[in-house]
Design a protein around this ligand. Structure first.
Ligand code: NAD
Length: 348
């Protein structure tokens, strides 16, 4: 078993600006709010409700996620910094309206220096409950009932940038694309790709999700789900879980491009270097999947869905630039993206 890192090691690794700890015996709320950086603007990041084994595990998750938000905002050129909330507990057992309201009152106290929204374990219904206590929450103004279609739109533009870079043509017509996960984002991505005339192969562990995309778009189903890694295709689009580019899957891959919505696709940064060595183009996850964040930020700023979609289209040019630098400097694209984010954060 991995030895948990000490608080000292965690703080040295992630260098957060602020860490706030909350424990409320009346509602049973146990929470952390981490502000990684406000260099580019007020911190933003969803709130995750998860049965962490310990405060240390919750802290490490919050620190990692808050830092990722800082990088994501910086590369997407958004006037926001990275933050994250985590609530410790089993959402199925411990989530009550009283607890959510207590948490929302804490968010309100930040007075906009930390804004939050949906994440694992927090549903749109929970957001509605929290809105009774705070306006500093994405979804409060409601430019879209669901951000997943905007994320999918960004991944679609990102895939086009990948095809342009690898094949010199951004058209997806007739291209073979393997999509892992037909959930909220995967479904909308499959819809866009089918309309463009791509040949689609889809895996999921949920039979109903597969039946839906098969009947609506005629996609081919990949069974068993793990067979998707070795499938011969032009692009592999991970839209399910993290860590899927790892020592086991890397030697199996039979594609030219890895580009999808899943967070933390690389098990470790070195796996991105291996993709690069294998000649597989990787679209850094937090660059290609920023559409949902862009929509959430537009919501917070009182913008519109049209503006969010316009900003999301910029993912195409942003990725082309990253790929060009990676080619020139002979380094992997995820290294270029991290460097861009760190430079933007340092400049301010
Ligand atoms: P979701 O839960 O709606 O969909 C995930 C799908 O993946 C489900 O259908 C699930 O059954 C399937 N799945 C789980 N394990 C699988 C496996 N081993 N093989 C194949 N399929 C599997 O989630 P979502 O909102 O569509 O998000 C998908 C990914 O994109 C996640 O990693 C999420 O963090 C990331 N992401 C989502 C958004 C958004 O706007 N929803 C934004 C940025 C990033």
């Amino acid at each position: 078993m991995k030895t948990p890192k000490s608080i000292h090691e965690l703080m040295a690794q992630y260098a957060p600006q602020e860490v706030h700890y909350y424990s409320d015996s009346t509602t049973g709320l146990k929470a952390l709010i981490v502000i990684h950086s406000t260099a580019l603007g007020p911190a933003t990041g969803g709130t995750r409700f998860y049965p962490y084994q310990s405060w240390e595990a919750a802290l490490e998750d919050a620190l990692q996620l808050a830092q990722a938000m800082s990088y994501k905002c910086a590369v997407a050129e958004l006037p926001f910094g990275g933050g994250k909330g985590v609530i410790l507990g089993d959402p199925k057992r411990d989530k009550t309206p009283q607890l959510l309201r207590a948490y929302a009152r804490i968010v309100q106290q930040f007075n906009g220096r930390f804004t939050t929204g949906e994440e694992m374990g927090i549903s749109p219904e929970d957001i509605k409950v929290m809105m009774d206590e705070t306006k500093f929450i994405a979804g409060a103004k409601g430019i879209t009932p669901d951000i997943a279609p905007v994320t999918a739109q960004g991944v679609f533009y990102g895939l086009k940038a990948c095809f342009q870079t690898v094949f010199g043509n951004s058209s997806l017509h007739g291209r073979t694309i393997a999509v892992q996960g037909a959930g909220k984002v995967g479904y909308h991505l499959i819809k866009l790709l089918a309309a463009e005339g791509a040949k689609l192969f889809v895996s999921d562990i949920d039979r109903r999700a597969l039946d839906k995309v098969h009947s609506e778009f005629g996609v081919k189903i990949v069974e068993p789900p793990e067979a998707i890694y070795a499938l011969e295709c032009d692009a592999f689009a991970p839209c399910a879980i993290g860590g899927i580019i790892n020592d086991t899957t890397l030697p199996l891959l039979n594609c030219k491009i890895v580009a999808g919505s899943a967070n933390n696709q690389l098990k470790e940064p070195r796996h991105g270097d291996r993709l690069h060595e294998f000649g597989i183009l990787y679209a850094p996850d937090y660059v290609i999947n920023a559409g949902g964040l862009i929509a959430a930020v537009q919501d917070l700023l009182g913008g519109s869905l049209a503006k969010a979609l316009q900003e999301t289209e910029k993912i195409y040019g942003r990725l082309l630039k990253i790929f060009e630098i990676a080619r020139r400097e002979r380094i992997a694209p995820h290294r270029v993206a991290d460097r861009m984010a760190e430079e933007r954060l340092r400049k301010h």
